[in-house]
Write a protein that binds this ligand. Sequence first.
Ligand code: PMP
Length: 362
Amino acid sequence: MTDAIVFTRGVPPTEAFPTRQLAECFTAALEGDTAVVLQYGQQQGYLPLRQELAKEYRVSEAEVLVGNGSLHLQDLLSAHLIRPGSVVFTEQPSYDRAITTFRRRGARVVGIPLESDGINVQHLEAALKKEVPAFLYLVPDFQNPAGATLSREKRQRVVELANQYGFWVLEDIPYRKLRYQGQEHPLLREFDASRIITLSSFSKLLSPGLRVGFMLAPAALIKAVTKLEEDTVLSPVLPSQAAVAEYIRRGWLQPNIDQLKALYRPRWEAMANAVRTQLPGAQAFIPDGGFFVSIILPESARTENLMGRAKDHGLILTPGAPFFADPHDGKPVPSERFLRLPFCAVTPAQIEEGVRRLATLL
Ligand code: PMP
């Protein structure tokens, strides 16, 4: 069989890691602040990194928690906010691990249809008239899995609704800085931060193995989640956090992001072109950034059925259903025909060949 082409996980390829620079920063951090970095402590995160983030997002240090990856913080936040009988709203489709986490913490998860410009706000309002969620989980920029970006108007409307009905909005923005075209929209918190919790991470900007993610929220909420974290992991991984702080202090982060965009942009273009030219029967969504193109297969096709045959043809695909809180109510994006196509870890040549194999199968 020809080499398999893998369109499954949205993880950075090894060549995306600034290994030598990180090694220098780890050394500097371990030697420069040994007593803090190699000790227990700093439960809310390494102070110099919290200070950098506070400056960037114009919040106080008390409103920043840095922990072991954003998914862990999201889970701790869920443990804090979800009560027996709680409902959590997500976009439909949404990040599959987030849906799993919310359910494991006891929430009923309700999916609100996603459109090319983000969550459908009419559906959101209709759902709010029935019940108010503990929180609404959004990935507003280059969404995982669909690639959609929430429009400015909808951002403002979601913030108004959160204030009106009294629920938290969790904006998860790990891909936001990887924009390949177009203008950035404001963060939801920039309209009014009182009901907004922002989550992000250095996983896509430096390396996932570092496990450095962060949360911005009102101080009382940060304090509660920090207590949960302390009771779970004692201290976060301080050497990683200190290395990231050093990396930022040296002015290396933005140049690294520029390099990553130079790596990913041709892959994004290749995927967009291949999908447009080779899959005319599929409904494609091409994002302005991030890691994911997504498509809705033609009427007669089903992602699950395609997967087995694709494997025989050297193409590894991901099922669509886990991204749907309610896979049986997949309108307007039918879960059985949804296919996520990550382009981050495949070369333009592999992308062209992979989409050609997909087109042949269809
Ligand atoms: N949120 C989203 C939307 C993601 O796609 C991912 C990673 N795939 C995460 C959170 C988890 O990030 P981290 O490595 O910071 O835990």
